[in-house]
Design a protein around this ligand. Structure first.
Ligand SMILES: [Zn+2]
Length: 294
């Protein structure tokens, strides 16, 4: 057995293989695959997360139980309290040094077309295997430890490609964000931590933000990502891109159409935002955008 490129890789790819062999399309997600697309990421809590199509969750439970994994049905399980706040898994299993959580597609990746358990097509816009040589190569430059590189020597496990993975975090950030100036939803903090872990770099000595390390997002996602990564006009609030992305998704079916919409594009001048906020009962001073609208 070769050394693991990141803690949990052997266990995760083994589970992925067991489920794929049972024709369950389990998609590795959460903290662990961040090591494939950004910097090597070791979470404090050894959780291995898979997203599974809702109608296959029961099958996945049965298959893993039959293979000796320890299914926990305790709704007051202490593991749920010990770990940092995070999405409540539909099912979870306790193993000696980690736990496996099964997240439902509808809770996590609702926007993604349903997938199959086998290897994705070469041109699949979202999916890739964890041992695919097209993943960013390993990067290690002194104190900077970039991605691990593809997990060669381990079973290939379905996951999101770097661009789709980045977009998946932005979907969740805008789904769970509260109105500007209203603090943070507990889950938003989880997504923000993952987003920080995937941040772009490009300054000398850091992981490059070029070539195979650079991700290509759809325009509305790219705008939000640029704002979060410091590429925004002077005077613009960091949340501007997220609010605009949220508005775009509400308008185009990516989020429920009746979700509150704080898209700064709806306003032509600053005063309009304040009027609209008052109409919606939001009394705090708005901070969505304090510069010229783009
Ligand atoms: Zn438990």
């Amino acid at each position: 057995m070769s050394t693991e490129p990141a803690s949990g890789v052997a266990a995760a790819t083994k589970v992925g293989r067991i489920l794929a062999d049972a024709q369950v399309g389990a998609l590795l997600w959460g903290a662990l695959p961040i090591s494939l697309i950004a910097d090597k990421y070791e979470s404090d809590f050894p959780e291995i997360s898979f997203v599974v199509l809702n109608h296959q969750i029961k099958v996945a439970e049965t298959v893993l139980k039959a293979c000796g994994y320890h299914l926990c049905r305790n709704p007051q399980c202490t593991m749920l309290e010990e770990r940092a706040p995070g999405p409540v898994p539909t099912a979870h299993f306790h193993e000696q040094s980690f736990w496996i959580s099964l997240l439902s597609k509808s809770d996590t990746l609702w926007w993604l077309p349903d997938w199959h358990h086998g290897p994705p097509a070469a041109q699949d816009p979202h999916l890739i295997l964890t041992n695919d040589p097209r993943l960013p190569p390993a990067y290690n430059n002194g104190n900077v430890v970039g991605p691990t590189g593809p997990w060669l020597g381990f079973p290939g496990c379905l996951t999101l490609n770097p661009s789709a993975f980045t977009e998946s975090i932005l979907y969740l950030r805008v789904r769970d964000m509260l109105p500007p100036n209203r603090g943070s939803h507990p889950l938003e903090k989880v997504w923000r931590a993952m987003q920080y872990a995937m941040s772009d770099y490009g300054t000398p000595g850091q992981r490059p933000n070029t070539g195979p390390y650079r991700r290509t997002l759809r325009p509305e996602f790219q705008l939000a990502w640029d704002y979060l990564n410091g590429r925004r006009p002077d005077g613009h609030n960091i949340s501007h891109g997220l609010c605009r992305l949220r508005g775009h998704l509400i308008d185009t079916g990516g989020l429920p159409s009746d979700s509150p919409n704080w898209n700064p594009r709806r306003y032509t001048k600053w005063e309009d935002i304040e009027v609209d906020y008052r109409r919606r009962g939001i009394t705090d001073s708005p901070s969505v955008c304090i510069g010229p609208l783009r």
